[in-house]
Design a protein. Structure first.
Length: 163
């Protein structure tokens, strides 16, 4: 009697074959090709999806509108007995022409907010480009509070002296 292997014998089961490998590799390859076509922009173009975001951004550059802020001199919060002063001359950039009159009407409130903030600053907080950037961001936030609902988009320092 010869011993024939039984079909359910674990030693007789076929190993992970080429057929299973092909069944896994084909969907993975199709997904990779589809992702490449999608992110390169070919597939969205073929499907008729278009992005016009760039056209809206570049379509019409608006004219820059500036409002002068009167010269301000503030006594800084100096830790030493020697006083430190800041002289600031700035211009506000506004988003729309109709905001100019609102900014001019709110100028006393805006100057008060600026002066109050500047008097609390220490001279070492204004050192370097990081200090100027921080000052600009804080003054923009305060300017937008003062001129609400108008909008100040930027503050340009014409003169910034620290003594």
């Amino acid at each position: 009697m010869s011993a024939t292997p039984h079909p359910t014998d674990p030693a007789n089961k076929p190993k992970f074959g080429k057929r299973k490998l092909v069944l896994i590799a084909i969907p993975v390859a199709l997904l990779a090709i589809g992702a490449g076509l999608w992110f390169s922009g070919v597939l969205p173009h073929l499907l008729g999806q278009k992005h016009d975001d760039h056209k809206e951004e570049v379509a019409k550059p608006s004219a820059l509108i500036f409002v002068d802020v009167p010269e301000m001199v503030a006594n800084l919060n100096s830790p030493s007995a020697r006083p430190s002063y800041l002289k600031l001359v700035a211009r506000l950039e506004v988003a729309r022409t109709e905001d100019v009159e609102r900014v001019k009407q709110a100028m006393p409130r805006l100057q008060d907010l600026f002066q109050t903030y500047l008097r609390e600053m220490r001279p070492d907080e204004l050192r370097g480009s990081a200090g100027s950037y921080h000052l600009r961001e804080e003054l923009i936030a305060r300017a937008n509070i003062a001129v609400m609902p108008a909008r100040v988009t930027n503050i340009l320092f014409v003169q910034l002296l620290i003594q």
